[in-house]
Write a protein that binds this ligand. Structure first.
Ligand SMILES: NC(=O)c1ccc[n+]([C@@H]2O[C@H](COP(=O)([O-])OP(=O)(O)OC[C@H]3O[C@@H](n4cnc5c(N)ncnc54)[C@H](OP(=O)(O)O)[C@@H]3O)[C@@H](O)[C@H]2O)c1
Length: 265
């Protein structure tokens, strides 16, 4: 069935691929951008800056005025920070949370009244496998993803009565622009410098060898087609998915030992 879909952040990466795949499937696709960029034919764009609640409201209202409703919201846009927690300035945490968490809440809040009144809707939150395992020196970024996890758990319970479904998708490593745009912080003469650089090299190697984002876009398309989607979908390599499983079943001590070894710590 043809649906009205709003995807945040379609200038690159997952957003770009999702918008292309979903328009090819015949859906009405709106994607948010912050500056002009190439988009797939047929995809409509609206301006949205996640750090600005007015721009979020305007973007959602534009889609509602044009189409009357939004069937699917895909919370995707975000930024990525890498730093030892002790070295990360307060401003870095605030910015990360403003964009990857508060911006998502604002978007959800603007979309919900319409979905509630129609007693139908689907909200897909793009989280991360890192939000289920934890990652060294990615604590600023994963804190926001852990927050999205907490938000999503509560939301799915609160929205059940209105027949609005909440789905969390946890990607592993994919080759997108997030590696180039990651904001970094390392204090002068940092006590973490050696370990940070070593672990970061491993993380960046994994990201560079990541999967093609179109695979995630196709998965999202299938989720949208399902009458009763699952709450959570893990999309990544075998080892990344296994890590989530190990985290659940292994004693915390053993899991910590393994993940430390993996990241050269
Ligand atoms: N790639 C991975 O391996 C991976 C793994 C797990 C989870 N994820 C998650 O997947 C989602 C998409 O990331 P990606 O990997 O596709 O990265 P990406 O290629 O860097 O795309 C990020 C998108 O978010 C937009 N964006 C960034 N800051 C924004 C802001 N303040 N307001 C509005 N839009 C903003 C960007 O727009 P501009 O062009 O204007 O900056 C861009 O369209 C993110 O939530 C990320 O955390 C990615």
């Amino acid at each position: 069935m043809r649906k009205v879909i709003l995807i945040t952040g379609i200038s690159s990466g997952f957003g770009k691929e999702m918008s292309r795949v979903l328009i090819e499937k015949g859906h009405i696709v709106y994607g948010t951008i912050r500056k002009s960029c190439d988009v797939a034919p047929g995809v409509k764009t609206v301006f949205m800056e996640l750090a600005d609640s007015n721009s979020i409201r305007n973007a959602v209202n534009t889609v509602l005025q044009n189409e009357g409703s939004i069937d699917v919201l895909i919370n995707n846009a975000g930024m990525h920070s890498g730093a030892p927690i002790e070295d990360a300035p307060e401003e870095m945490f605030r910015k990360q949370m403003d964009i990857n968490f508060h911006g998502w809440i604002n978007t959800i809040k603007n979309v919900l009244p319409g979905m509630r009144s129609r007693k139908s809707g689907l909200i897909i939150n793009i989280s991360s496998i890192g939000a289920l395992t934890g990652l060294p020196f990615q604590g600023v970024y994963t804190s926001a993803k852990f927050a999205v996890e907490g938000l999503s758990y509560a939301l799915r319970l609160e929205l059940k009565q209105f027949n609005i479904k909440v789905v969390v998708v946890n990607p592993g490593d994919f080759r997108t622009r997030n590696v180039e745009t990651r904001e970094m912080a390392l204090a002068e003469n940092s006590a973490y410098e050696k370990q940070f650089k070593k672990s970061l090299a491993i993380i960046e190697k994994e990201e560079g060898e990541g999967k093609d984002p179109v695979l995630l876009a196709r998965k999202i398309s299938k989720i949208i087609d399902k009458k009763n989607p699952k709450y959570r979908y893990l999309v990544g390599s075998g080892i990344q998915k296994a890590a989530v499983c190990f985290k659940k079943i292994m004693p915390e001590r053993i899991f910590t030992f393994l993940i430390s070894k993996y990241y050269g710590m």
